[in-house]
Design a protein around this ligand. Sequence first.
Ligand SMILES: [Zn+2]
Length: 223
Amino acid sequence: MGAPGSGKGTQAELLAERLNFYYFETSKILEEKFNKAKENEFIKADGKKYFLKDEKNLWKTGKLCSPPFVTYLVMEKIKKLYKEGKSLILSGSPRTIYESQKIVPLLKQLYGINNIKVILINITPKETIFRNSHRRICELMRHPVLYSKETKKIKKCPLDGSKLLKRAGLDDPESIKVRLKEYKERTLPLMEHFKKEKLRTKEINGSPPPADVFKNILKAIKI
Ligand SMILES: [Zn+2]
């Protein structure tokens, strides 16, 4: 868990590689779904229809998609991965209490409560805005490259050599402010919810360089 720009994507990727877990990215699942969307396509969740073009509009302007829509897609994917025997790193999901009330019981049921660990990466709002407006992703695999002294001059993805791009729309300052507000109002209260669900949670300072944050996370998940 973490605000936009906290580096949770980078950390999730590092963890997935180190532990050989599946990196479960909700934003990628959404993006994939939107890119393949047919005219007037919808999914049905909780007895309601959710049209892909409406959801895509929410997402493009930095707002959260409808929780039942996201939850439906996420749960389908989790069940599929579990059947394939995979362990998961979730980044950016659950994002809302609604989503959490559905996803946490599913994860508990499939993987067992003792195998679920929650890490919150903390950074300040100022840092969030700065990092997001300087953030880039690679063209080929959408690897995130956060802005830092070490990365500011890099022109190609360190992992696959493809071009680094800015994400159109999502990383504009206005859009970032909306995402930050959504995060505070809807995502942050989730930590309380996780504690009530008796999940093990831990907060980590996201300000140090990614390699140091990573070491602290590895320590934290051993608890
Ligand atoms: Zn890449």
